[in-house]
Design a protein. Structure first.
Length: 186
């Protein structure tokens, strides 16, 4: 069955995404209530949201063993991959976090000896954050294990499918980032 825009709709027999996942069940329920409704967008957005929720629930086993949360590791990773000091504001932008969340995480990471803060010589309101040697060792030690864990999560998909999925998600993300960053039209 196709919707008014020509895309397959729902989780029924004519759908490209007829699967037994929870979103397919939701789509079938909506189609029973609204048979003519184009549920194609729900099949994609619903699955992206469900995958994200399940991945968050899994809590990244290697990070958990190291006593780090994903947001803490993201801060450490931003410092490691950029290769230089960052301000808390820059870290917030790099990790898509609020300033308050970054401040809280930096306090915890500083107490653990993984990052250091230093004041700016020209502006005392600005702080610069850098990894300590211990922080660098933590990131470098966890990253290969974390990537292996993530590869295992994706192992049900072949390499061509992983590449296709990455490209499609990249395209969607670029469009969303462009749309959300652009001022509203009106």
């Amino acid at each position: 069955m196709t919707g008014t825009n020509g895309r397959p709709t729902g989780g029924g027999a004519g759908s490209r995404t007829a699967t037994g996942d929870t979103v397919a069940a939701v789509v079938r329920q909506w189609q029973a209530v609204h048979p003519g409704l184009d549920t194609g967008p729900m099949e994609i957005i619903g699955r992206v949201n469900r995958c994200a929720a399940l991945l968050q629930q899994a809590e990244d086993a290697p990070l958990r063993r190291a006593g780090l949360s994903r947001p803490e590791f993201d801060l450490l990773g931003a410092l490691r991959r950029t290769g230089h000091e960052l301000t808390p504001g820059e870290l917030a932008r790099e990790t898509y976090s609020s300033g308050a969340a970054v401040t809280k995480r930096l306090k915890q990471l500083t107490e653990r000896g993984l990052v250091e803060r230093r004041g700016d010589t020209r502006d005392r309101r600005v702080a610069h954050v850098r990894l300590t040697d211990a922080g660098r060792d933590v990131v470098d030690g966890i990253l290969p294990e974390q990537l292996a864990y993530e590869a295992a999560v994706l192992s049900g998909l072949g390499l061509p499918e992983q590449g296709e999925l990455a490209a499609l998600l990249g395209e969607l993300l670029a469009r969303l980032e462009g749309r959300l960053a652009a001022p509203p039209r009106g």
